[in-house]
Write a protein that binds this ligand. Structure first.
Ligand code: MRU
Length: 387
Protein backbone atom coordinates (compact mmCIF):
# COMPACT_ATOMS: atom_id res chain seq x y z
CA UNK A 1 0.00 0.00 0.00
CA UNK A 2 1.05 3.56 -0.52
CA UNK A 3 1.74 5.71 2.49
CA UNK A 4 2.45 9.40 2.57
CA UNK A 5 5.75 9.86 4.39
CA UNK A 6 7.11 13.43 4.68
CA UNK A 7 4.71 14.51 1.94
CA UNK A 8 5.74 11.79 -0.55
CA UNK A 9 3.70 8.75 -1.52
CA UNK A 10 5.73 5.54 -1.12
CA UNK A 11 4.89 1.86 -1.42
CA UNK A 12 5.46 -0.26 1.68
CA UNK A 13 4.94 -3.84 2.66
CA UNK A 14 4.16 -4.46 6.33
CA UNK A 15 6.88 -7.14 6.50
CA UNK A 16 10.03 -7.43 4.38
CA UNK A 17 13.42 -9.10 4.54
CA UNK A 18 16.71 -7.25 4.19
CA UNK A 19 18.89 -9.67 2.24
CA UNK A 20 22.12 -7.83 3.00
CA UNK A 21 21.70 -7.57 6.77
CA UNK A 22 19.49 -10.62 7.28
CA UNK A 23 17.05 -8.40 9.15
CA UNK A 24 13.27 -8.66 9.18
CA UNK A 25 11.97 -5.16 8.41
CA UNK A 26 8.69 -4.29 10.12
CA UNK A 27 6.43 -1.28 10.31
CA UNK A 28 6.37 -0.41 14.05
CA UNK A 29 2.60 -0.66 14.43
CA UNK A 30 2.55 0.42 18.09
CA UNK A 31 3.54 3.91 17.01
CA UNK A 32 0.74 4.33 14.46
CA UNK A 33 -1.12 6.50 13.66
CA UNK A 34 1.13 9.13 15.21
CA UNK A 35 4.43 8.09 13.74
CA UNK A 36 5.44 5.95 10.76
CA UNK A 37 8.66 4.07 11.39
CA UNK A 38 10.22 0.91 9.98
CA UNK A 39 12.42 -1.11 12.32
CA UNK A 40 14.70 -4.12 11.79
CA UNK A 41 15.02 -7.25 13.94
CA UNK A 42 18.56 -8.61 13.90
CA UNK A 43 17.96 -12.23 14.94
CA UNK A 44 15.13 -14.73 15.31
CA UNK A 45 14.74 -14.00 19.03
CA UNK A 46 14.22 -10.30 18.33
CA UNK A 47 11.77 -11.28 15.57
CA UNK A 48 9.82 -13.45 18.03
CA UNK A 49 9.78 -10.56 20.53
CA UNK A 50 8.43 -8.22 17.85
CA UNK A 51 5.55 -10.67 17.29
CA UNK A 52 4.88 -11.14 21.01
CA UNK A 53 5.03 -7.42 21.83
CA UNK A 54 2.89 -6.57 18.79
CA UNK A 55 5.36 -4.40 16.90
CA UNK A 56 3.83 -6.50 14.11
CA UNK A 57 0.38 -8.03 14.53
CA UNK A 58 -2.48 -9.44 12.49
CA UNK A 59 -2.56 -13.09 11.43
CA UNK A 60 -1.07 -12.77 7.93
CA UNK A 61 1.62 -10.32 8.97
CA UNK A 62 2.81 -12.47 11.88
CA UNK A 63 2.69 -15.47 9.52
CA UNK A 64 5.11 -13.79 7.11
CA UNK A 65 7.23 -12.49 10.00
CA UNK A 66 7.50 -15.99 11.48
CA UNK A 67 8.46 -17.40 8.04
CA UNK A 68 11.18 -14.77 7.67
CA UNK A 69 12.22 -15.31 11.29
CA UNK A 70 12.68 -19.01 10.59
CA UNK A 71 14.79 -18.23 7.51
CA UNK A 72 16.73 -15.69 9.58
CA UNK A 73 17.40 -18.36 12.22
CA UNK A 74 18.52 -20.80 9.51
CA UNK A 75 20.91 -18.26 7.96
CA UNK A 76 22.47 -17.50 11.36
CA UNK A 77 23.66 -21.10 11.79
CA UNK A 78 27.40 -21.57 11.32
CA UNK A 79 28.76 -24.97 10.34
CA UNK A 80 27.98 -28.00 8.15
CA UNK A 81 26.63 -30.52 10.64
CA UNK A 82 23.06 -31.32 9.56
CA UNK A 83 21.86 -32.87 12.81
CA UNK A 84 23.06 -29.84 14.80
CA UNK A 85 21.37 -27.64 12.26
CA UNK A 86 18.09 -29.54 12.70
CA UNK A 87 18.27 -29.17 16.50
CA UNK A 88 18.95 -25.46 16.06
CA UNK A 89 15.98 -25.12 13.68
CA UNK A 90 13.69 -26.84 16.19
CA UNK A 91 14.62 -24.19 18.76
CA UNK A 92 14.04 -21.38 16.27
CA UNK A 93 10.67 -22.87 15.28
CA UNK A 94 9.50 -23.23 18.89
CA UNK A 95 10.58 -19.71 19.85
CA UNK A 96 8.63 -18.18 16.96
CA UNK A 97 5.64 -20.50 17.36
CA UNK A 98 5.23 -19.64 21.03
CA UNK A 99 5.25 -15.86 20.48
CA UNK A 100 1.46 -15.76 19.94
CA UNK A 101 -0.82 -18.77 20.18
CA UNK A 102 -4.21 -18.08 18.53
CA UNK A 103 -3.36 -17.31 14.89
CA UNK A 104 -2.58 -20.41 12.86
CA UNK A 105 -0.89 -18.49 10.01
CA UNK A 106 2.57 -18.46 11.67
CA UNK A 107 2.37 -22.22 12.17
CA UNK A 108 1.22 -22.86 8.60
CA UNK A 109 3.85 -20.48 7.25
CA UNK A 110 6.71 -22.06 9.21
CA UNK A 111 5.61 -25.61 8.40
CA UNK A 112 5.65 -24.59 4.75
CA UNK A 113 9.21 -23.28 5.08
CA UNK A 114 10.34 -26.42 6.89
CA UNK A 115 8.72 -28.63 4.26
CA UNK A 116 10.53 -26.76 1.49
CA UNK A 117 13.85 -27.10 3.36
CA UNK A 118 13.61 -30.90 3.26
CA UNK A 119 14.64 -30.85 -0.41
CA UNK A 120 18.14 -29.68 0.60
CA UNK A 121 20.81 -32.22 1.51
CA UNK A 122 23.32 -29.76 3.00
CA UNK A 123 23.05 -26.99 5.56
CA UNK A 124 23.79 -24.39 2.89
CA UNK A 125 21.11 -25.79 0.57
CA UNK A 126 18.51 -25.81 3.37
CA UNK A 127 19.40 -22.25 4.36
CA UNK A 128 18.84 -21.06 0.79
CA UNK A 129 15.57 -23.00 0.51
CA UNK A 130 14.31 -21.51 3.78
CA UNK A 131 14.77 -17.99 2.50
CA UNK A 132 13.15 -18.73 -0.85
CA UNK A 133 10.15 -20.38 0.84
CA UNK A 134 9.70 -17.46 3.27
CA UNK A 135 9.73 -15.02 0.37
CA UNK A 136 7.22 -17.18 -1.49
CA UNK A 137 4.93 -17.17 1.54
CA UNK A 138 5.03 -13.36 1.67
CA UNK A 139 4.37 -13.01 -2.07
CA UNK A 140 1.59 -15.58 -1.89
CA UNK A 141 -0.01 -13.65 0.98
CA UNK A 142 -0.18 -10.56 -1.26
CA UNK A 143 -1.57 -12.56 -4.20
CA UNK A 144 -4.22 -14.15 -2.01
CA UNK A 145 -5.31 -10.83 -0.52
CA UNK A 146 -5.66 -9.46 -4.05
CA UNK A 147 -7.83 -12.47 -4.97
CA UNK A 148 -9.95 -11.92 -1.83
CA UNK A 149 -10.51 -8.37 -3.05
CA UNK A 150 -11.75 -9.60 -6.42
CA UNK A 151 -14.00 -12.24 -4.85
CA UNK A 152 -15.51 -9.84 -2.32
CA UNK A 153 -15.78 -6.66 -4.38
CA UNK A 154 -19.31 -7.39 -5.71
CA UNK A 155 -20.56 -7.24 -2.11
CA UNK A 156 -19.53 -3.59 -1.76
CA UNK A 157 -22.36 -1.76 -3.46
CA UNK A 158 -22.55 1.99 -3.97
CA UNK A 159 -23.67 3.75 -0.78
CA UNK A 160 -23.10 0.72 1.49
CA UNK A 161 -22.47 1.19 5.21
CA UNK A 162 -19.93 -1.38 6.32
CA UNK A 163 -18.84 -2.33 9.83
CA UNK A 164 -15.41 -3.84 10.47
CA UNK A 165 -13.73 -4.95 13.68
CA UNK A 166 -10.09 -4.68 14.74
CA UNK A 167 -7.62 -4.37 11.85
CA UNK A 168 -7.79 -6.91 9.05
CA UNK A 169 -6.18 -4.43 6.67
CA UNK A 170 -2.84 -4.30 4.90
CA UNK A 171 -1.10 -3.80 8.25
CA UNK A 172 -2.45 -7.21 9.32
CA UNK A 173 -0.94 -8.84 6.19
CA UNK A 174 2.04 -8.27 3.93
CA UNK A 175 -0.11 -5.94 1.83
CA UNK A 176 -3.75 -5.17 0.88
CA UNK A 177 -5.45 -6.98 3.79
CA UNK A 178 -8.32 -9.47 3.98
CA UNK A 179 -11.44 -7.64 5.24
CA UNK A 180 -10.23 -4.44 3.60
CA UNK A 181 -9.37 -6.07 0.25
CA UNK A 182 -12.95 -5.90 -1.15
CA UNK A 183 -13.18 -2.31 0.15
CA UNK A 184 -9.96 -1.26 -1.57
CA UNK A 185 -10.99 -3.03 -4.79
CA UNK A 186 -14.43 -1.32 -4.78
CA UNK A 187 -12.81 2.05 -4.00
CA UNK A 188 -10.49 1.61 -6.99
CA UNK A 189 -13.57 1.05 -9.14
CA UNK A 190 -14.84 4.45 -7.98
CA UNK A 191 -17.57 3.12 -5.70
CA UNK A 192 -18.47 5.32 -2.72
CA UNK A 193 -19.34 3.71 0.63
CA UNK A 194 -18.84 4.36 4.33
CA UNK A 195 -16.95 2.26 6.86
CA UNK A 196 -17.55 2.17 10.62
CA UNK A 197 -14.39 1.06 12.42
CA UNK A 198 -15.01 -0.55 15.78
CA UNK A 199 -12.56 1.05 18.17
CA UNK A 200 -11.59 -2.49 19.34
CA UNK A 201 -10.58 -2.10 22.93
CA UNK A 202 -8.36 -2.90 24.67
CA UNK A 203 -5.60 -2.22 22.08
CA UNK A 204 -7.76 -0.08 19.78
CA UNK A 205 -6.53 -1.52 16.47
CA UNK A 206 -9.72 -0.21 14.79
CA UNK A 207 -9.28 3.35 16.04
CA UNK A 208 -5.54 3.49 15.42
CA UNK A 209 -4.75 1.17 12.50
CA UNK A 210 -7.88 0.62 10.40
CA UNK A 211 -8.87 4.28 10.63
CA UNK A 212 -5.33 5.30 9.65
CA UNK A 213 -5.31 2.90 6.66
CA UNK A 214 -8.70 4.08 5.42
CA UNK A 215 -7.63 7.71 5.82
CA UNK A 216 -4.47 7.00 3.78
CA UNK A 217 -6.62 5.50 1.01
CA UNK A 218 -9.18 8.31 1.15
CA UNK A 219 -12.12 6.07 2.11
CA UNK A 220 -15.03 7.61 4.04
CA UNK A 221 -15.04 6.24 7.60
CA UNK A 222 -15.78 6.91 11.26
CA UNK A 223 -14.50 5.28 14.42
CA UNK A 224 -17.21 4.05 16.79
CA UNK A 225 -16.91 2.90 20.38
CA UNK A 226 -17.32 -0.87 20.54
CA UNK A 227 -20.57 -0.41 22.43
CA UNK A 228 -22.12 1.84 19.77
CA UNK A 229 -22.71 -0.89 17.19
CA UNK A 230 -25.97 -2.09 18.79
CA UNK A 231 -27.66 1.25 18.27
CA UNK A 232 -26.42 1.46 14.69
CA UNK A 233 -27.71 -2.03 13.88
CA UNK A 234 -31.05 -1.35 15.57
CA UNK A 235 -31.57 1.84 13.57
CA UNK A 236 -30.72 0.23 10.23
CA UNK A 237 -27.37 2.02 9.95
CA UNK A 238 -25.23 -0.99 8.99
CA UNK A 239 -25.71 -2.96 5.75
CA UNK A 240 -22.80 -5.37 5.91
CA UNK A 241 -20.10 -6.60 8.29
CA UNK A 242 -16.65 -7.80 7.15
CA UNK A 243 -13.99 -9.03 9.55
CA UNK A 244 -10.80 -11.08 9.33
CA UNK A 245 -9.84 -14.23 11.20
CA UNK A 246 -6.86 -15.62 13.06
CA UNK A 247 -7.94 -19.24 12.72
CA UNK A 248 -10.86 -20.65 10.78
CA UNK A 249 -11.65 -24.29 11.33
CA UNK A 250 -11.99 -26.09 8.03
CA UNK A 251 -13.95 -28.92 9.66
CA UNK A 252 -16.60 -26.81 11.39
CA UNK A 253 -16.50 -23.29 9.93
CA UNK A 254 -15.88 -21.71 13.35
CA UNK A 255 -13.93 -18.45 13.24
CA UNK A 256 -11.49 -17.19 15.88
CA UNK A 257 -10.95 -13.47 15.61
CA UNK A 258 -10.30 -10.41 17.79
CA UNK A 259 -12.32 -10.31 20.99
CA UNK A 260 -15.68 -8.67 20.28
CA UNK A 261 -16.15 -10.27 16.85
CA UNK A 262 -18.66 -12.76 18.25
CA UNK A 263 -20.69 -9.93 19.82
CA UNK A 264 -20.94 -8.21 16.42
CA UNK A 265 -21.93 -11.47 14.73
CA UNK A 266 -24.78 -11.93 17.25
CA UNK A 267 -25.94 -8.37 16.62
CA UNK A 268 -25.75 -8.78 12.83
CA UNK A 269 -27.77 -11.99 13.04
CA UNK A 270 -30.40 -10.35 15.30
CA UNK A 271 -30.83 -7.55 12.76
CA UNK A 272 -30.60 -9.63 9.56
CA UNK A 273 -27.35 -7.99 8.41
CA UNK A 274 -24.94 -10.16 6.36
CA UNK A 275 -21.76 -11.06 8.25
CA UNK A 276 -18.69 -12.00 6.19
CA UNK A 277 -15.24 -13.23 7.18
CA UNK A 278 -12.32 -12.73 4.77
CA UNK A 279 -9.35 -15.14 4.93
CA UNK A 280 -6.34 -16.27 2.95
CA UNK A 281 -5.83 -20.04 2.87
CA UNK A 282 -3.07 -19.83 5.50
CA UNK A 283 -5.76 -19.02 8.10
CA UNK A 284 -7.47 -22.39 7.62
CA UNK A 285 -6.88 -25.02 10.27
CA UNK A 286 -7.90 -28.45 8.97
CA UNK A 287 -6.88 -30.28 12.14
CA UNK A 288 -8.87 -28.96 15.09
CA UNK A 289 -12.28 -30.55 15.55
CA UNK A 290 -14.02 -27.79 17.48
CA UNK A 291 -13.72 -24.16 18.53
CA UNK A 292 -13.15 -25.11 22.16
CA UNK A 293 -9.75 -26.52 21.07
CA UNK A 294 -8.54 -23.12 19.78
CA UNK A 295 -5.90 -21.67 22.12
CA UNK A 296 -7.13 -18.23 23.20
CA UNK A 297 -4.35 -15.78 23.98
CA UNK A 298 -4.61 -13.98 27.32
CA UNK A 299 -2.69 -10.74 27.46
CA UNK A 300 -1.54 -8.41 30.25
CA UNK A 301 -4.32 -6.84 32.28
CA UNK A 302 -2.67 -3.41 31.88
CA UNK A 303 -4.15 -3.36 28.33
CA UNK A 304 -7.65 -3.30 29.82
CA UNK A 305 -6.89 -1.12 32.82
CA UNK A 306 -5.47 1.77 30.81
CA UNK A 307 -4.61 2.95 27.31
CA UNK A 308 -1.64 4.07 25.22
CA UNK A 309 -1.74 7.34 23.35
CA UNK A 310 0.25 10.38 22.43
CA UNK A 311 0.50 13.21 24.91
CA UNK A 312 0.50 16.90 24.01
CA UNK A 313 4.28 16.91 24.26
CA UNK A 314 4.39 14.28 21.49
CA UNK A 315 5.48 11.41 23.75
CA UNK A 316 3.85 7.97 23.58
CA UNK A 317 2.39 7.46 27.03
CA UNK A 318 0.31 5.00 28.99
CA UNK A 319 -2.45 6.33 31.20
CA UNK A 320 -4.20 4.30 33.86
CA UNK A 321 -7.98 4.56 33.49
CA UNK A 322 -9.43 1.87 35.77
CA UNK A 323 -9.62 1.88 39.55
CA UNK A 324 -5.99 1.53 40.81
CA UNK A 325 -6.62 -1.50 43.02
CA UNK A 326 -8.58 -3.52 40.40
CA UNK A 327 -7.18 -6.22 38.13
CA UNK A 328 -8.60 -7.31 34.78
CA UNK A 329 -9.21 -10.35 32.61
CA UNK A 330 -7.98 -9.89 29.05
CA UNK A 331 -8.73 -12.63 26.48
CA UNK A 332 -7.52 -11.52 23.05
CA UNK A 333 -9.87 -13.52 20.81
CA UNK A 334 -13.30 -15.12 20.66
CA UNK A 335 -14.89 -17.77 18.49
CA UNK A 336 -17.87 -17.13 16.22
CA UNK A 337 -20.01 -20.17 15.33
CA UNK A 338 -20.77 -20.90 11.66
CA UNK A 339 -24.53 -20.29 11.90
CA UNK A 340 -23.83 -16.57 12.51
CA UNK A 341 -21.62 -16.26 9.42
CA UNK A 342 -23.12 -15.51 6.00
CA UNK A 343 -20.00 -16.30 4.02
CA UNK A 344 -16.24 -16.83 4.11
CA UNK A 345 -14.49 -14.78 1.45
CA UNK A 346 -11.44 -16.74 0.27
CA UNK A 347 -9.06 -16.27 -2.67
CA UNK A 348 -11.00 -19.09 -4.37
CA UNK A 349 -14.43 -17.50 -3.92
CA UNK A 350 -17.10 -17.07 -1.25
CA UNK A 351 -18.34 -20.11 0.65
CA UNK A 352 -20.75 -20.75 3.48
CA UNK A 353 -18.71 -21.79 6.54
CA UNK A 354 -20.37 -25.21 6.47
CA UNK A 355 -19.04 -25.68 2.90
CA UNK A 356 -15.34 -25.35 3.75
CA UNK A 357 -14.85 -29.02 4.41
CA UNK A 358 -16.78 -29.99 1.31
CA UNK A 359 -14.65 -27.54 -0.72
CA UNK A 360 -11.39 -28.62 0.91
CA UNK A 361 -9.85 -29.77 -2.37
CA UNK A 362 -10.11 -26.25 -3.71
CA UNK A 363 -8.98 -24.68 -0.44
CA UNK A 364 -5.61 -26.36 -0.01
CA UNK A 365 -6.42 -29.37 2.16
CA UNK A 366 -3.66 -32.01 1.81
CA UNK A 367 -5.97 -34.47 0.01
CA UNK A 368 -6.90 -31.87 -2.54
CA UNK A 369 -5.53 -30.55 -5.79
CA UNK A 370 -5.73 -26.75 -5.42
CA UNK A 371 -6.11 -25.13 -8.81
CA UNK A 372 -4.23 -21.93 -8.03
CA UNK A 373 -0.54 -21.35 -7.39
CA UNK A 374 -0.26 -21.52 -3.63
CA UNK A 375 2.61 -23.94 -3.35
CA UNK A 376 4.01 -22.96 0.02
CA UNK A 377 0.66 -23.07 1.72
CA UNK A 378 -0.25 -26.37 0.11
CA UNK A 379 3.00 -27.81 1.46
CA UNK A 380 2.24 -26.39 4.89
CA UNK A 381 -1.07 -28.21 5.00
CA UNK A 382 0.64 -31.40 3.92
CA UNK A 383 3.08 -31.11 6.79
CA UNK A 384 0.46 -30.07 9.34
CA UNK A 385 -1.55 -33.17 8.49
CA UNK A 386 1.52 -35.31 8.99
CA UNK A 387 2.05 -34.08 12.56
O1 MRU B 1 -4.20 -8.96 18.27
P1 MRU B 1 -4.09 -8.63 16.82
O2 MRU B 1 -4.04 -7.17 16.53
O3 MRU B 1 -2.97 -9.40 16.15
O4 MRU B 1 -5.44 -9.17 16.22
C1 MRU B 1 -5.68 -9.03 14.87
C2 MRU B 1 -7.03 -9.49 14.51
O5 MRU B 1 -7.79 -9.98 15.31
C3 MRU B 1 -7.38 -9.45 13.09
O6 MRU B 1 -8.73 -9.22 12.93
C4 MRU B 1 -7.00 -10.82 12.56
O7 MRU B 1 -5.62 -11.03 12.64
C5 MRU B 1 -7.55 -11.12 11.26
S1 MRU B 1 -6.83 -10.24 9.93
C6 MRU B 1 -5.29 -10.88 9.76
Amino acid sequence: MHVKVRGRLKHFRTVEFDLRRHEVRLIEQRLLPHEFRVIGTRDFRATARAIRDMVVRGAGAIGATAAYGLAQGALAFRGHNLSRFVAHMNRVFETLRDARPTAVDPLNAMLGVRYAMQAGTTVAAQQALALTAAMEFADDDVAQCRAIGEAGMPLIREGLRVLTHCNAGWLAFVDIGSATAPLYAAHQQGRAFHVYCDETRPRSQGATLTAWELAQQGISHQVIADNAAGLLFARGGIDLVIVGSDRTLGRTGEVANKIGTYTKAVLANRHGVPFYVAIPLSTLDWNLRGGEEIPIEERADSEVLGAWGRSKSGRREYVRVANPSSSAYNPGFDVTPPDLITGIITPAGIFRPQELWQQRRLLGHPDGQPNHSMGTIRSAFLTTAAL
